[in-house]
Ligand binder design. Structure first.
Ligand code: C5P
Ligand code: C5P
Ligand code: ZN
Length: 460
């Protein structure tokens, strides 16, 4: 792994030399946590190097956007967390591009940094933010940005495959640890340890789903009281970080016992404990302290057309931007709950090799993928990938999510989604485990039929 890291640094250095030839750089990045942290990493390093920059965020890179970018006639464009799937189009428009991405490449480019070119799987061994961290460190000493690189990897759920970050992600993590910016340890994986009252961790647990507790506030409060947890302090609810170690251990063993008694398979119960990541320069009790909470805060901005807010938080704004991000996070949570309820009420349609639901205009296209991913842990069948449709301005948005077992059996959603979308006149791509596309509104039925066949061949 360390020799690959060295090789990637060489390519990064080649890309950095191109960037340094210019006084101003245009950055184009993706509207999710990984895209925001990628942009913040490259922009911080440009700022430190005295290079001017402008930045724009896009849902996905299509020909229209590439044409727009080309029309501005920029000296050089750095694409982060996207670009590798659109190399031919970028070349066609003659853009002087540096690409720092981890999606499966289609085509070739001169200044192209991507883990797949080094035999590293971009779906779990290196994020867009990690790739960009490597690039940034060839522009100067930007080792303090390892925290943001970790947040991007966690935002893309790259730590889930092995219960901890691996591959180049881990090398960056270790580098950040050595430099005192990040820490990692085993802890409960439920969401909200820094900021939420303990009972909320149980109430909103989705992986594993806690029978009788998930979704039931009173039951969660009673569960904690029954095992003697003083769950309310003087005037405010205690959070996970406020608990003593023996109290935490007590909760974990009670939850494990509860899951086992409810018949949850042990591989799922085990997911309750995993590696968690802390940003040591951030205040305790704020989202930014915990990589998972930080990434959700960022998704709550960028996926609702407020990437500027999330970007400002990444660049250090703890005043106005942070307040706005928290308000957006509140809405994002409500939308996730509503979205999951929609899926539960309307059901998932089963085909031989896939399952799908059509959210129409009930779920925003930018979060339908998150809901698709969450819905399999709550209701879906884990033996088939899940596909979700949502209405979008330019047609229908498709989001697809698989799991490790399916990948072991041959599933590659990036390839399947890309082929099926081309067949109906759309475009798509992504990773083996998670992919997306935009297709014409009238082609949903044809699309799932073709996709069902392709996935059937992959899983054979
Ligand atoms: O565009 P990008 O590469 O940043 O997105 C990756 C997507 O893959 C994320 O939306 C993430 O939630 C999803 N993913 C997943 N399950 C995994 C790994 C990634 O749903 N195990
Ligand atoms: O949008 P969603 O979260 O479902 O995206 C899943 C993965 O598919 C992401 O990595 C995203 O970058 C990729 N994708 C793509 N082309 C699209 C839509 C999504 O490559 N048109
Ligand atoms: Zn990414």
């Amino acid at each position: 792994m360390s020799s690959v890291f060295t090789q990637m640094k060489k390519t990064a250095s080649y890309c950095a030399t191109e960037i340094q030839k210019h006084d101003s750089v245009s950055v184009v990045s993706h509207i999710d946590a990984d895209g925001l942290t990628s942009a913040a990493i490259i922009c911080t390093s440009l700022q430190r190097a005295g290079i001017e920059y402008d930045v724009r965020f896009v849902k996905q890179l299509d020909e229209t956007i590439i044409e727009d970018v080309a029309n501005i006639n920029p000296e050089v464009v750095v694409f982060t967390d996207l670009g590798s799937g659109m190399l031919e189009t970028i070349n066609k428009y003659g853009i002087n591009a540096v690409i720092s991405d981890h999606h499966q490449p289609q085509g070739t480019g001169e200044f192209h940094l991507n883990p797949h070119l080094f035999g590293i799987n971009g779906s779990y061994q290196l994020s867009g933010s990690g790739t960009t961290y490597i690039l940034a460190n060839e522009l100067g000493n930007n080792k303090d940005l390892a925290g943001l690189a970790t947040v991007g990897a966690v935002g893309d759920l790259q730590h889930l495959k092995k219960g901890e970050l691996t591959g180049i992600n881990r090398m960056i993590l270790k580098e950040g640890h050595a430099n005192g910016v990040v820490d990692y340890c085993k802890d409960i994986t439920l969401f909200g340890k820094q900021t939420r009252p303990v009972f909320k961790l149980l109430q909103f647990a989705s992986d594993p789903y806690l029978p009788g507790l998930t979704g039931n506030e009173d039951a969660c409060i009673k569960f904690l009281a029954d095992i003697g947890i003083r769950f309310s302090g003087d005037e405010r609810w205690r959070r996970w970080i406020d608990l003593e170690v023996p109290e935490k251990q007590k909760i974990v063993s009670a939850l494990i016992q509860h899951c086992v008694q409810s018949g949850i398979p042990s591989y799922k119960v085990e997911r309750m404990i995993g590696e968690v990541y802390l940003l040591l320069n951030e205040k305790e009790g704020q989202e930014m302290r915990d990589a998972s909470e930080f990434s959700t805060l960022l998704n709550a901005t960028a996926r609702y057309d407020h990437a500027d807010v999330g970007m400002a938080v990444c660049m250090g704004d703890r005043g106005d931007a942070y307040d706005r991000a928290k308000a957006l996070l509140y809405e994002h949570r409500q939308n996730l709950v509503k979205g999951l309820m929609f899926v539960k009420e309307n059901g998932i349609i089963q085909m031989e090799n896939l399952q799908y639901f059509d959210a129409g205009n009930n779920i925003k296209e930018t979060i339908v993928g998150i809901i698709a991913g969450m819905s399999t842990t709550v209701i879906g069948n884990r033996n088939k990938p899940i596909i979700a449709f949502a209405d979008a301005d330019s047609g229908v948005k498709v989001s697809a999510r698989g799991n490790q077992d399916l990948i072991r059996r041959g599933l590659n959603l990036s390839k399947a989604i890309s082929e099926a979308s081309i067949a109906v006149g759309g475009t798509g791509g992504g990773h083996d485990i998670a992919a997306g596309a935009t297709i014409p509104a009238s082609s949903k039925q044809e699309f799932v039929t073709i996709l069902n066949q392709i996935i059937g061949q992959q899983l054979r």
